[in-house]
Design a protein around this ligand. Structure first.
Ligand code: NAP
Length: 243
């Protein structure tokens, strides 16, 4: 399989790259930090069929799309690159809000605008979105991030319906807390926190089983479902206790 993984220089993307490094797979690893990508490339080259890197800021849409046009015969894209603004609770600046949406939402469309016609032509292709449990509930301190992942869910759902008949499969993954550079910045108790390896293994298994929607850990997902099912006044009270 030829697989493109965005955000491959750290955390979930880096670990997923390791999972997919075997003799059958040609890996394309994408991120901004060239040295980290090169180090990972050297580590994975002995195990994978091939490993190439793309050093690009995904918010540079023109450059990103020109890099995408160079890729042929791709089997799967894992849209993993993402950022958060932390959990300070301060009002986000419009610049930060825009940057977050550029990375978490728009860059994925910049990639798919190029790849979807290719997938359509070859009548196959897997698109994996890395969303978040945060898309299902908006905490007072992470509303911009939550809203971006909720937008991603809606977009992923639409892509799934639209391109099903073209043989394109859409997999949407909603992880809870997983140890990474992103969560290392959180200075609060993260319920059900998983190690990078454990979290990534679950994502890998869900992709391999072609689950259309996979939200985990299950207990955390069920708590969120329960909170959402409560009358508004009650869920507001509970959520604001955590502020
Ligand atoms: N960790 C969690 O608990 C958790 C939970 C739910 C969902 N997620 C999602 O999982 C994904 C991976 O996050 P992570 O936890 O593994 O965090 P991470 O370690 O911070 O990794 C983020 C990755 O995205 C890349 N990236 C960020 N901005 C970029 C840009 N402008 N251009 C290109 N690449 C960019 C980073 O690479 P460079 O800095 O080298 O560019 C890095 O490889 C994100 O979409 C995140 O929202 C994480």
């Amino acid at each position: 399989m030829k697989i493109l993984i965005t955000g491959a220089s750290s955390g979930i993307g880096e670990e997923l790259s390791r999972r997919y490094a075997n003799a059958d797979n040609e890996l394309i690893l994408l991120a901004r930090r060239e040295q980290k990508l090169q180090k990972l490339q050297s580590e994975l080259l002995p195990h994978a069929k091939s490993v190439t890197t793309i050093v690009v800021d995904v918010t540079d849409f023109a450059l990103l799309q020109s890099k995408m046009r160079e890729i042929q015969n791709l089997d799967m894209v894992i849209l993993n690159a993402g950022i958060s603004l932390g959990h300070s609770g301060n009002i986000a600046t419009i610049e930060d809000f825009k940057r977050l949406y550029d990375v978490n939402v728009l860059s994925n469309h910049a990639i798919l605008e190029v790849l979807l016609p290719q997938f359509k032509a070859q009548k196959s292709g897997k698109i994996v979105f890395i969303s978040s449990l945060a898309s299902l509930i908006s905490m007072p301190t992470s509303k911009v991030y939550s809203s971006s992942k909720r937008a991603l869910n809606a977009y992923a759902e639409g892509i799934r319906y639209k391109y099903k008949k073209d043989g394109i499969k859409v997999i949407n993954i909603l992880p809870g807390f997983i140890k990474s550079e992103m969560t290392d910045k959180n200075h609060f108790h993260m319920p059900f926190l998983l190690s990078t390896q454990e979290g990534t293994q679950r994502i890998y298994d869900a992709i391999e089983k072609e689950k259309r929607f996979y939200a985990f850990p299950l207990r955390f997902y069920l708590i969120i479902r329960l909170l959402n099912a409560l009358p508004n006044f009650l869920s507001e009270k509970i959520i604001n206790l955590k502020k």
